[in-house]
Design a protein around this ligand. Structure first.
Ligand code: G3H
Ligand code: ZN
Length: 277
């Protein structure tokens, strides 16, 4: 079942629960994530990034496959466009039936980011689609991605009020694409931002954050938790092990199936961890 991001996050935020948001690159990711949501009875965000669309040559094929998998399931699934810098891609996602988009204007000049984000919010809300944004004025080019960058709580509150976004990505110590779970989060800052900003907060680059720190981040006020690299590690390790054990295998379903199973197991564990279930 496809559901709206704003609805899922406001429910979770009221209950002080975290919601896992995981990236779909191959169709096997979508199958594994939805199976994990079914297994746990918890909602899941299926996110497809602009980069993943570029890898496939277009957004529609992987998006429509993911949408069909979500619609065929009883699990609550948000279909979310992740890190879109292109307004054209945002509009395409809306017409493909996404229920949420992240407009990443962090590389734009601050005033342009605000006005562009506000326009995206208007168009998306008219279509019943939620919007997540990222602050452009923080940390310059790399926005929320750089480990040393921190979001100013008052700026975040002003940005949310100015743009009308449904969720806000903030910089609190994590950084994208880490393959070790060693990031240190500024929990006190999360709590201060949570106090001032009325919309649910998003933690990017959560692959670098250990289990106990993820739980603490949710307890301090984080709601949407984005994890990509960590699940790709689980996928790739399972494929590598399968191929090592079966050197003569040629059926792609055998080793991709092993990867898909590993992603389902780890996703179910993370969904329960974040939800405090
Ligand atoms: O938007 C996607 C996430 O922030 C994923 O980051 O690959 O470091 O977990 P990650
Ligand atoms: Zn991200």
């Amino acid at each position: 079942t496809l559901v709206n991001l704003a609805d899922v996050l406001s429910d979770a935020s009221r209950g002080s629960r975290g919601v896992g948001a995981f990236n779909v690159i191959q169709i096997e990711h979508a199958e594994a994530l939805v199976a994990a949501a079914e297994e746990t009875g918890l909602p899941v965000v299926l996110q497809i990034s602009e980069n993943a669309a570029r890898y496939h040559g277009a957004l529609a094929p992987i998006a429509l496959a993911t949408k069909a998998i979500a619609q065929a399931s009883a699990a609550q699934c948000v279909l979310h466009l992740d890190h879109a810098e292109s307004e054209t891609l945002v509009d395409e996602a809306v017409s493909l039936g996404f229920t949420s988009v992240m407009f990443d204007g962090s590389k734009l000049e601050d005033a342009t980011n605000r006005s562009t984000t506000r326009g995206v919010v208007q168009r998306c809300h008219d279509a019943g689609v939620s919007v997540e944004a990222e602050l452009g004025e923080i940390g310059g080019k790399d926005g929320v991605h750089a480990p040393g960058v921190r979001t100013d709580p008052a700026d975040a509150a002003a940005f949310a009020a100015d743009t009308g976004v449904d969720a806000l990505a903030v910089a609190v110590g994590s950084s994208h694409a880490m393959t070790s779970r060693t990031a240190t989060l500024d929990l006190e800052l999360i709590a201060r931002i949570h106090d001032l900003v009325p919309v649910p907060l998003v933690l990017h680059g959560s692959s670098g954050v250990a289990d106990d720190a993820l739980v603490a981040a949710v307890r301090s006020g984080m709601t949407k938790v984005n994890i990509a690299t960590h699940l790709n590690s689980a996928f790739t390790t399972a494929v590598r092990d399968y191929l090592a054990e079966h050197p003569s295998v040629v059926d792609t379903r055998k080793y991709l199936g092993a990867g898909r199973g590993a992603v389902q197991t780890e996703t179910a564990r993370l969904l329960r961890l974040l939800a405090g279930a």
